[in-house]
Design a protein around this ligand. Structure first.
Ligand code: GLN
Length: 280
C-alpha cells in the first residue's frame, strides 16, 4: 500500500474515534512504525510499502485514546528527550515554569536537591542538565518510576549526579539533608479526576494524579517534611493546581517558611509556590 493511502486510512480511523489531532497523529505513528521522521512520510507519499500491519496496531492503541507519548515512548520537556511509559506521568509544559525558575536561582551554586515524586525524572534531570554543580535525588514510591528516571538520567548524561530514593513520602521521612525541595506532586481531588479526558484518566498512573480528598495531602506532607530535612539555607519550589496557589502559600506560612511567593504561568494562573531562606 502507498504511504498516502496509509495516512488517509489512519487519519480516518482516528477521526472516527474522536481524536482531534488525527492528521498529525497518523503521520507520527506511521513515521514511528517505519523508524523515520515525520517529514519522510510527508515527502514520500507515493512510496509503496510491502508491510504495514504494525502501523495499524499503533493506530488501534491511539484510537482507544492512549496518549501519543506512551505509544511513541517519548516526550520532549525543556528541550530534552524523556523516555516515558505508563508507569509515569507524562511531563507537561506547565511544569517548565517551575523548572525555569529553579534553574534561574540555582545556576552555578552547589545545591543538593530532592525531587519529590520524580516520576519520569523530568524536573530533576532538567535541573541537572542546566546546573552543572548541583546534585539531585529523585524520590518516588514506585520502583518502576525510579527505573524510568534512571534511564532518563543516563540518556541525558547526568546520571553521575543523580540518585534515586524509594520512599512513601506520605508515611516516611526521607533520609538525608537537602538545600532544596522541588516537586510537582499529585494534586487532583478524586471528583476532578473523574472529569479529566480519557487520555489522562484511563492511562496515566492514578497515584501520580490523586492528591487526597481535597487535593492537598502532598503539599501538607512536603511542607512538614521540609522542616525536618532542609538545611538553614533552603529553597522550596512546588507546582500547584490552577486554584491551589493561595492555600499552598498558607500551608507553608503556617509551617514557618520564609519569603513565600508565587509565580504565574503565561496564562496568568498561579502555577508555582516558592519559599526560601534569606541566605539562599
Ligand atoms: N515529577 C514528575 C513530573 O512533573 C511526576 C509528577 C507526578 O507524578 N505527579 O512530571
Amino acid at each position: 500500500m502507498k504511504i498516502n493511502d496509509l495516512l488517509i486510512q489512519g487519519t480516518e480511523l482516528l477521526k472516527q474515534n474522536g481524536i482531534t489531532t488525527c492528521v498529525l497523529d497518523a503521520q507520527l505513528l506511521l513515521a514511528h512504525y517505519l523508524k523515520v521522521d515525520k517529514l519522510f512520510v510527508i515527502n514520500n507519499r507515493k512510496t509503496d510499502l510491502a508491510e504495514w500491519e504494525g502501523y495499524f496496531d499503533l493506530l488501534s492503541r491511539r484510537a482507544k485514546h492512549e496518549p501519543m507519548a506512551y505509544i511513541l515512548g517519548k516526550k520532549e520537556f525543556m528541550s530534552l528527550d524523556f523516555y516515558v511509559d505508563n508507569n509515569v506521568l507524562i511531563p507537561r509544559p506547565d511544569t517548565e515554569t517551575l523548572v525555569e525558575y529553579v534553574i534561574g536561582v540555582i545556576k552555578n551554586k552547589r545545591v543538593n536537591v530532592l525531587d519529590i515524586g520524580t516520576g519520569s525524572g523530568c524536573i530533576g534531570i532538567s535541573v541537572l542538565a542546566n546546573c552543572k554543580h548541583c546534585k539531585v535525588t529523585g524520590l518516588d514510591v514506585s520502583d518502576e518510576a525510579l527505573q524510568v528516571a534512571v534511564r532518563n538520567a543516563e540518556n541525558n548524561k547526568v546520571i553521575r549526579r543523580f540518585k534515586t530514593l524509594k520512599c512513601d513520602i506520605l508515611n516516611e521521612v526521607p533520609e538525608g539533608e537537602y538545600n532544596a525541595i522541588v516537586s510537582n506532586p499529585p494534586y487532583i481531588p478524586p471528583k476532578v479526576i473523574e472529569t479529566l479526558e480519557d487520555d489522562v484518566k484511563n492511562f496515566e498512573p492514578y497515584h501520580a494524579l490523586y492528591g487526597g480528598e481535597d487535593g492537598f495531602d502532598f503539599y501538607k506532607k512536603i511542607s512538614d517534611t521540609g522542616k525536618k530535612i532542609l538545611t538553614d539555607k533552603y529553597l522550596m519550589a512546588l507546582e500547584v493546581g490552577h486554584d491551589q496557589g493561595e492555600k499552598v502559600m498558607e500551608i507553608l506560612k503556617k509551617d514557618g517558611y520564609e519569603n513565600i511567593t508565587a509565580i504565574k504561568d503565561l496564562a496568568g494562573i498561579l502555577r508555582v509556590v516558592i519559599a526560601h531562606s534569606s541566605k539562599f
